[in-house]
Write a protein that binds this ligand. Structure first.
Ligand SMILES: Nc1ncnc2c1ncn2[C@@H]1O[C@H](COP(=O)(O)OP(=O)(O)O)[C@@H](O)[C@H]1O
Ligand SMILES: [Mg+2]
Length: 370
């Protein structure tokens, strides 16, 4: 026989279950990025963490499908397999790279759970994701380092096997060119051969600089002095002899390696001068503050958005005779000196490259040459 106490107990239990469910949901919301979509993939629910990481407001997300955050990184087959799995009622788990509203990428470990109706067909999908961007970046750095180490070994072999014979050939050609000084046609051919050998040698040197930079000798580097003395190197290239370089700002002391920094500045000036096809003004501005900064601005055509992501990759070039190593070297050398390089570019404003370096705060230390 039922006692009056029984229904009351049922109610308390229900409340307790509700509380438990809410607690679970709270815990999930605190730890994970959660979204729910209908079968067509339209977003019906997004928690705060989803808004936070994607940079979109809830209003912007609701009703959209996940193409909004698709970074076009994964092969089509990977995404097809994801859909095939969840549409057949099974859970999918994997790693996805997404794009936030501001264009930056983030990585998420993703679990998508299909919820089925009475007929066993999915009527909604719930995606639970965890931010793994930091881990992915660290993994990529390890891969980069391993391939750089291999490239470094290869470059050392190339340097030995190629540069020495090149130097020998060049020496022999120079003797020939002196002997043939009277024969104009032959002499011109020899001079051309020497030029080609020099270009080849420069490329091998560039490859070595990228793959096996020397250990930086850190010390005080006065940036304005450095930039001003580097301009002369730029003007050695006859194509860029007419480029005007205006240097502004104080002689800020950075903490770096003077010769490696000279290489950084020279590469940036070369790119700026080449972008303007040898005519116009490159403005270099130096500033102090929390960091030392060097800004290099040109009025060239800018960098098309389609290629911006590839700029720092080794061997990426849009120039007929480019090596594509300039910016890769710039970034590698700056990393070794705890510096950074970023750029802004538009077709109307040209390209602005920003280099940051640590300031030299302790007086007295000096890396040779200045
Ligand atoms: N200041 C600039 N203006 C426009 N494009 C630039 C600029 N600097 C670099 N780039 C682009 O980046 C590419 C890679 O530059 P870099 O690594 O120095 O190699 P390279 O100069 O040999 O091509 C260039 O080919 C060019 O397309
Ligand atoms: Mg270059």
């Amino acid at each position: 026989m039922p006692t009056p106490a029984e229904p009351r107990r049922e109610v308390t239990l229900d409340r307790q279950r509700m509380r438990e469910l809410e607690d679970f949901r709270y815990a999930l919301d605190q730890s994970a990025i959660v979204a729910a979509t209908d079968v067509t993939g339209a977003i019906r629910f997004a928690n705060d963490k989803f808004c936070e990481i994607s940079g979109y407001t809830r209003e912007e997300l609701l009703g959209q499908d996940h193409r909004l955050i698709n970074s076009a990184y994964h092969p089509k087959s990977y995404i097809r397999e994801l859909w095939r799995t969840i549409a057949s009622g099974q859970m999918w788990r994997g790693e996805l790279r997404n794009r936030a509203k501001n264009g930056t990428f983030y990585w998420v470990d993703t679990m998508i759970v299909p919820f089925l109706d009475e007929q066993g067909k999915p009527h909604q999908y719930v995606a639970i994701r965890y931010d793994i961007t930091a881990r992915k970046l660290a993994e990529q750095q390890l891969v980069d380092q391993a391939s750089l180490a291999r490239l470094g070994e290869m470059a050392a072999v190339v340097a030995h096997e190629v540069r020495n014979p090149l130097a020998g050939l060049r020496g022999a050609l120079q003797i020939l060119s002196q002997r043939l000084a009277g024969e104009r046609a032959e002499h011109a051919v020899i001079v051309e051969m020497i030029k080609r050998l020099d270009t080849l040698n420069d490329r091998v040197t560039d490859l070595l600089r990228y793959a096996k930079p020397r250990t930086p000798q850190l010390g005080r580097v006065r940036l304005r002095t450095l930039v001003e003395s580097t301009v002369a190197l730029l003007h050695r290239d006859p194509v860029l002899a007419a480029v005007e370089v205006v240097v502004e700002g104080a002689d800020v002391p950075a903490y770096g390696d003077v010769e490696l920094l000279r290489e950084v500045i020279l590469n940036l000036l070369l790119n700026a001068g080449q972008a303007m096809e040898g005519h116009g003004v490159v403005r270099v501005t130096i500033e102090g503050g929390a960091m030392a900064t060097v800004r290099v601005r040109d009025h060239g055509p800018g960098i098309p958005t389609g290629v911006q992501a590839k700029l720092f990759e080794p061997f990426f070039t849009t120039k007929r005779a480019g090596t594509g190593l300039g910016l890769a070297i710039v970034r590698r050398l700056l990393e070794l000196q705890h510096g950074t390089v970023t750029f802004e570019s538009s077709s109307s404003q040209g390209t602005h490259v920003l280099v940051t370096l640590p300031l030299d705060v302790g007086g007295g230390r000096s890396s040779g040459g200045q």
